[in-house]
Design a protein around this ligand. Sequence first.
Ligand SMILES: Cc1cc2nc3c(=O)[nH]c(=O)nc-3n(C[C@H](O)[C@H](O)[C@H](O)COP(=O)(O)OP(=O)(O)OC[C@H]3O[C@@H](n4cnc5c(N)ncnc54)[C@H](O)[C@@H]3O)c2cc1C
Length: 380
Amino acid sequence: MTTPRIAVIGTGTIGAQTLWQLARHGADVTGYELFSPGHSRGAAGGETRLFRHIDVEHLEYLPVTGRSDLIWRELEQESGRTLRNLTGALAIGSTASPATRTALESAAALGSRAEVLSREEAQQRFPQFRLHEDEVAILDKGAGIIFPERTVRTAADAAVARGARILRECRVTAIDQVGSQVDIVTDSGTERYDRVVVAAGAWTATLLPDMAPYLATRRLISSWYLPRAGSTLDGMLPYLRTEPDYSYGLPTADGLAMKLGVGFRDHLPIESPDTAPLRITDEDLEPVRAVARDLFPLLDDYPMRAQAYFEAYTHSRIEFLREHPHMPSVFVCAGFSGKGFKNAPAFGELAARAALGLPQENDDAAFILDAEHVSRPESV
Ligand SMILES: Cc1cc2nc3c(=O)[nH]c(=O)nc-3n(C[C@H](O)[C@H](O)[C@H](O)COP(=O)(O)OP(=O)(O)OC[C@H]3O[C@@H](n4cnc5c(N)ncnc54)[C@H](O)[C@@H]3O)c2cc1C
């Protein structure tokens, strides 16, 4: 039997992991990338991402994140590069909120790898944070910071080292199912493949219009804050807070500033990153400046830097990892809903096995692969 020819469209967060997994299986695989692996114009920019085991939505993600943790270590070993800094991280939330209840259940499942702190204990150990009266904090000891651009680049390099081909600065303009095969169209011509994985991030609905009803495409803003005069950020941990308003933050690698972001409600709806506004207004920054004022007694509340990134959400927030609705040889990886980085290695493994027609070894991820996705006429 001949080796199937497989194309991966987009070598960003998920595509680079998929490419590496396919190359590990010895597949004949080609990646197509609009820019170059490790660029910061999609979902993977801004130097840091939060890796956390504690989940605030679905406990079912715990084994998926455990699997990602293992694969991350394999990639670090294979490449000889450090891709994360597992400092620990805090999950903060009101005891009255369902998200905090899920977080506490996650902590119970993690056992000694998590520690639940009362507000008083949290304030004493982490005075960099100012918790509300009704809040608790969970220390997720195996959590920490991911270096996203470096991770994407490393996975892509590892794939190439194992024989994958990557076509950089090469936009795929159309994907057509032809019999059981698939044509990939670019400005340089058309190539035919046996199977295709699409991991085009916030460009998915532009490239595959049939996917648009399943996705809500958004512009997200990251902004960076310096400490007030006379303060430092020593001992600052990454965090996620679910209530009253969703926010998260990560110290920069040099520890000199804190990057903050807010939740879905405050993201700008866009059609495509190609046409999204890049200018960030004072109004855009207000929700995250409010977080800086509320949660961080030591931070100045005016950002020293702000940047736009792009992400696609599903309506359920469960990732779309399944065949294209009308093209059976095209497997779509989309809608990572603001939380796809930490599980990217496991998702890459799932996508690679699907493209190779191999049974999924990771039964724990069946709830993602089998999820029924709602389509809506307008992206909301
Ligand atoms: C600001 C921000 C903060 C986040 N924080 C976290 C966090 O702390 N923890 C976490 O786990 N997750 C986080 N996420 C979510 C996570 O980063 C995303 O879920 C993940 O990066 C999505 O990966 P992707 O592969 O879908 O998209 P991308 O990484 O953007 O990759 C898509 C790739 O496809 C390429 N492409 C698109 N169209 C084409 C085409 N036509 N032809 C060729 N190539 C194409 C693009 O150039 C790009 O490289 C955050 C997201 C954002 C935006």
